[in-house]
Design a protein around this ligand. Sequence first.
Ligand code: CTP
Length: 394
Amino acid sequence: MKVVLGVAGGIAAYKACELLRLFTESGHEVRVVPTRDALRFVGEPTWAALSGNPVTTDVWESVHEVPHVRIGQAADLVVVAPATADLLAKAAHGLAGDLLTNTLLTARCPVVFAPAMHTEMWQHPATRANVATLRERGAIVIDPAVGRLTGADTGPGRLPDPAEIFQVCLRVLRGAPRDLAGRKVVVSAGGTREALDPVRFIGNRSSGLQGYALARTAAARGAEVTVVAANVALPDPAGAAVVRVETTAELREAVMAAAASADVVVMAAAVADFRPADRQDVKIKKTDGEPDPIRLVKNPDILAELGRERGAYPKVIVGFAAETHDVLANGQAKLARKGCDLLVVNQVGEHLAFGTPDNAATVLVAGGDPVEVPRGPKEDVADAVWDAVAARLS
Ligand code: CTP
């Protein structure tokens, strides 16, 4: 596939080198079109060497090849990373002062912008309006990640991890539907931990891979995504707002807060059903005799609570069920018991589901036929869930 990588003049331009490599190493033909300012951060030889293609910034070189029209026309995807406030403004207003902005006007393929800038610039009404205009016209604008910016300050404005931007682009190239545009979704991911003392906890093996695949695919299908991540050590999915929690109580609070205005809640997190009745403030020491038993108390069931107290929002509630035996029968019973619309059932055990990139599942649908998802990447399970969700929302 032919990819145009536009690079605007921001410090995050160096991260676009890694994005470029991901494209070239997976067999894509990449033409890098930096702005003049981008070359102050990363020079022309780097882009030319990594892409194997000539690199120009203005429309006055190789004029006989009409590059200001041809590059955009021939592209299967244009991705601008980083997209600065200035570049977004130019794109929104249709300015065409250099090769990149000309390319954006002549491209008829999908266009992805990955903005990176200081928080104040991202939140400025001018930038908000420009982003809204671009989205209205069908461009995909990935929300920047939250974190450390160029100086000591932190906030929304970081360029997402290049591997995550790459995943979004791959999905767009494959023609992912945009059927969740304008929808707000909440995905819980990972596994909660319940502390026994300051150094020990009761936890589970959930890695967050399935939850993050759900978040990534929902963002690529156009949704505004909040991930409530319980102890997940993975790069933030591009375009999703991530709320970090540790315990079931914290997960419940964050999910309920986000659910109040969400269209969809997917409870993919492995939630600890019990917690120690007493958390010790100091480390529990070895004793000579038998150890004291650990007394447990029940945690609230967040999914059941969502199902029970469903008001106008969320419209669709999705649960997960990890079963080691009688998978379908247990799943059907759980779907009814928890009052959700969909229940994704997968078989777990050693080397099954937890921590692996692959998964196989059955999506049970309240009042409908189950959907089998054969073993494959966790994105396949995620897409099957969003297919069923989109059908229910419409
Ligand atoms: N869940 C939840 N709150 C809990 C426990 C689970 O919201 N306290 C959610 C999970 O996120 C998942 C679904 O409920 O979406 C199913 O969880 P699971 O642990 O498989 O079901 P249980 O109700 O614990 O049933 P069982 O222990 O009988 O398998």
